[in-house]
Design a protein around this ligand. Structure first.
Ligand SMILES: [Zn+2]
Length: 135
């Protein structure tokens, strides 16, 4: 298992809020936060709940299925580990929370708002990652 700087993952940009997310990717789990005060799911990770202001939360694994809410196609600048152009989608997951993810590996012409996607796991060099694939 990778364990750069004792964090349990090799993601180059992380912090205390994001470490659980990247640790989940190491185990091929797509994790979001669930507020233990009110149950609201949130992604991107943050220290507090925007619904009830609680600072208490727990990680929850998503099933990985969702529907594209919106997307952009990234053309420039080139990103290490990504082919360009590649879509980036905001996906409404089956659990109701929206998750932002790359869709490299899917032709941009196959990406449609309302289209169904599934999360899949991969490594970008030494970093555990996920992306959405159009179904
Ligand atoms: Zn809450």
């Amino acid at each position: 298992m990778t364990n750069a700087e004792g964090r349990g993952h090799n993601a180059p940009c992380s912090n205390r809020d994001f470490d659980f997310f990247y640790q989940g990717l190491e185990n091929e789990q797509l994790l979001v936060q669930r507020c233990t005060g009110c149950g609201t799911l949130r992604s991107l990770p943050s220290p507090g709940c925007e619904a009830c202001a609680s600072l208490e939360w727990e990680p929850v694994e998503l099933a990985g299925d969702g529907e594209i809410y919106s997307y952009v196609v990234h053309h420039h600048p080139p990103l290490p580990g990504f082919a360009s152009p590649h879509p980036i989608a905001l996906v409404i997951m089956g659990e109701g929370v929206r998750v932002l993810g790359a869709m490299d590996g899917t032709d941009p012409s196959d990406v449609k708002i309302g289209g169904r996607v599934k999360a899949e796991f991969l490594r970008r060099d030494t970093v555990a990652a996920f992306r959405f694939r159009a179904l």
